[in-house]
Design a protein around this ligand. Sequence first.
Ligand code: ADP
Ligand code: MG
Ligand code: ZN
Length: 490
Amino acid sequence: MSTEYEMVVGLEVHSQLLTRTKLFCRCENRFGAPPNSLTCPVCLGHPGVLPVLNEEAVRLGIRLGLALECSIHHRSVFDRKHYFYPDLPKGYQISQFTYPLLTGGLLTVRSGEGTREVRIHRIHMEEDAGKNMHAGIRDASHVDLNRSGVPLLEIVSEPDIRTPEEAVDYLKKLRQILRSIGVSDGNMEEGSFRCDANVSLRPRGGSVFGTKVEIKNMNSFRFVHKALLFECDRQAQILDRGERVVSETRLFDSSTGRTLPMRSKEEALDYRYFPEPDLPPILLDPAWIEEERARLPELPQERVSRLSREFGIREEDAEALVLEEDLSRYFEEASEAIQEFAGKGGWPVEQGTLRLVNFLLSEVLREWNRKGAGILVGPLSAREVSHLVSMVVEEQISLNQAKDVYAVCVESLKSPREVVAEKNLFQESGDEALGGWIAEVMAENPGEVQSYREGKERVFGFLVGQVMKKSAGKANPQKVNRMLKEALSR
Ligand code: ADP
Ligand code: MG
Ligand code: ZN
C-alpha cells in the first residue's frame, strides 16, 4: 500500500454459542449431524409456533460482556430482521437491533512494538440461519436447517483497527477469550467463528473516515489478512486515480486472493426491523450478573501477566503460550517439574524455565500444529519434557540432541529417558572423567602443551579434539573447553 494512506478497519464477528440446545427451541445445537436431522417446527419456521428463549444463551452473553468489560443491559429486546433467502425459512431472523444485550467494551491488541485499544461498539444476540448446499448436487440447491436457530453473538468493533496484523490479533484474542470462558469453541472450519471486515482508507493523519467496503464472511485468519491487504491496494489505486471508492459489500475469493463485488449499498437491503412480538424483553437480575462474575475463570490477559510474573518469562513468550490455553497449562505443570529438577541438580531454576519456554514454543508447538493437542499427553507428559530440558541444562545432552530425542518420542511413544539410553546419547560431564582424559592428553602431548603455554593458541583445538577422541565423542565439549583451559593455565 502507498504510505500516503492509513487503513481503517472495523470487524463484525459472528460466534456460535456452546449451548446444548438452540436459541428458541429444544433441538440439539451440534455440528456435523445428517442434514435436517436436528430440526423442529420452530426452527423450520412453521406458522403458528412460538419461540422460547434459551436461558443458557443469555448466560453466555453475560459472560462475554463481563470478559470484555461491556455495559450489560438489564433490559434488551429482540427484533425481527427481514430478508428473503432460502436458508431463512421464516423470512426473518430474530436478532437484536435497538436494544442489544451489550454495548461498549474493550480489547487490547498488539500493534507493532506496542498495543492498541480496540473499542467494542456493541454485542447482540441472534439466531443463525441454515446452510445452502450445492456441492455434488446437479440442477438444484439443497438446504440444511440444522444450523437454523443456533444461538449467535454478533460482536461489532469500533473502527479502531489500523493494520491487517492488528485485525488478525484482534480476532485471535477475541476467539481466545470466547474459548477460555466457555462461550464458544471458536472452531473456524465449522463456522462457529466467522468475520466480516469493514475497511476504508484515508489520507494519513486525516480525521474523517473514507468510504468503507464490507468484506463478508471470512472463516480464517489468513483470509482476513489477505483480503485486507488486497482491498487496501485496490482502494489506494482508486484514490490515486482521483476516483471515489464505492460503498459496497464484497466477497473474498480465497482461490485468487481477491475481493469481488457482491452488492452495492444502493441495493442495500431494507430489513424492516420491528420488535419481536412473540418474545418478551430480556430482563436481567443484577444478582445473576454478579454470580457470573464470580464464576469467571482467569482470562487470557490475566494469565499472561501472571505467567510472566510468576515464572519470570517475557510477556511475548507468555502471550504465545497463552494463545493455546492447553499449552500454557502444560507449561505451568512443566515449570513445577523444572523447579524440582533444578533443586536436585543444584542449578538456577530460571535457566531451566527459559530453556523450557523456548523448547515449548519451537519443538512442541510445531508438533502441536502438525498433530494437535494430543501430543501434550502420553509419553511426553509435562514432566518428561522438563526432564528432557533438564538434561540439556545439565549438559548431559546437547540442545540439538534433545530436539532429535523429542521428535523420536513423539513418533515412537517412548519416553525421553528410553530414547536417550537407546541412542546412547548421554554426554560425559563428570569432573572426574573429563579431568582424567584431560590429564592423559596433556601427558601424551607435552610439546603441544608447551607451545600453547608459549602463546600458540591454535593448538588448543587440537588438544580438545584429542580429549573428545579419548571419550569416544561423549565428552561434553563446552565443559572440556572450560576444564582444559584451566588445566593449561596452571
Ligand atoms: P453499516 O451501517 O454499514 O452496518 P456500521 O456503522 O453499523 O455500518 O458499522 C459496521 C462496522 O463497520 C463496524 O464494525 C464499524 O466499526 C465499521 N466501520 C464503520 N465505518 C467505517 C469506516 N469508515 N471504515 C472502516 N470501518 C468502518
Ligand atoms: Mg452492519
Ligand atoms: Zn428446533
